[in-house]
Design a protein around this ligand. Structure first.
Ligand code: HSE
Length: 301
């Protein structure tokens, strides 16, 4: 009658694959505790770790709204009662898939409480809907790795076609979150709708190179493929010290460096934990020297 579910943070885009690539990390992540109660309906009992920023109203909160959607599709909305305790262990608006982790944990929890009527694949459209509620656009590159783990490719959106990709063992993500707020909604509005063909050629070369690198466990190929000529130049403007952080990460031996999701978190993709740790330590020291507070997370991909 009760479950506790953890869902991890995710790094969307994997630098070159806007809206189609993403990976899960070990930590941080969000936790949902869900309990069946006698009175029908979905209610939020408490939210911790959000500095009071998330709505407790079950219709406005993304987690409960998605749970309600699923119950209603299963024809259970009027019969079943659940209460939710949400604990956020990561910052909101950080580019680490914060809303996705909560939504995925909530949907996984209700599915578990019901005896798993839906497969993970069948849960996915509800997760995507949650993303649409959270930021106005239903991208799946955070929810897919949060739900399935590892590295995921959104091969297509209509119909939703998600593929798991191999994870080379030594791939480590060093993440730094400079503590400025960049809501995904805003970070998406900035992006140009049209791209130049010559830039598109570079970008799809990079995406294809990255996929080949993952299958071949070719770390050099992975590194030189994780570059973004389409989105990064625009979004970098929102991130303090972006190009300086990139220089520092590459000097520290990272394979690649770029924006995590829609930012402001940045990610140094490295071979081995030591290189990743070096990169994030030096980046943090640089930010501190410039009066910018930050958090760091180092995790295997
Ligand atoms: N692919 C999305 C974006 C991820 O870059 O806007 C948001 O976290």
């Amino acid at each position: 009658h009760e479950v506790r579910v953890f869902a991890p943070a995710t790094v969307a885009n994997m630098i070159c694959g806007f809206d189609i690539l993403g990976f899960a990390v070990d930590k941080p992540g969000d936790e949902v505790y869900m309990e069946r109660v006698a009175e029908p309906g979905v209610r939020i009992r408490s939210i911790k770790g959000d500095d009071g920023r998330l709505p407790l109203d079950a219709d406005r909160n993304t987690v409960s709204a998605c749970v309600k959607m699923l119950l209603s599709d299963l024809g259970l909305a009027d019969q079943l009662g659940v209460e939710i305790e949400l604990t956020k262990h990561m910052p909101i608006g950080s580019g680490l898939g914060s809303s996705s982790a909560s939504t995925v944990a909530g949907l996984f929890a209700i599915n578990a409480l019901l005896g798993e009527p839906l497969s993970r694949e069948e849960l996915m459209p509800y997760c995507v809907e949650g993303e649409r509620l959270a930021c106005g656009h239903g991208h799946a590159d955070n929810v897919a790795p949060a739900l399935l783990g590892g590295i995921t490719l959104i091969k297509g959106y209509s119909p939703l076609d998600i593929q798991k990709l191999p994870v080379p063992e030594e791939l480590v993500a060093g993440i730094v979150f400079p503590q400025v707020d960049v809501p995904t909604r805003d970070a998406r509005q900035l992006i140009k709708e049209k791209v130049a063909l010559k830039d598109a050629v570079v970008q799809w070369g990079n995406i294809a190179g990255l996929i080949a690198g993952l299958y071949e466990k070719d770390y050099d190929l992975i590194g030189r493929s994780m570059q973004d000529v389409l989105i990064e130049p625009t979004r970098a403007i929102l991130i303090p010290e972006f190009y300086e952080m990139k220089r520092i990460a590459m000097e520290a031996g990272a394979l690649a460096f770029g924006i995590s999701g829609s930012g402001p978190s940045v990610v140094a993709i490295s071979r081995g934990a030591e290189a990743a740790q070096q990169a994030v330590d030096r980046i943090q020291a640089h930010l501190t020297a410039h009066g910018i507070d930050s958090l760091q997370f180092v995790s295997a991909v």
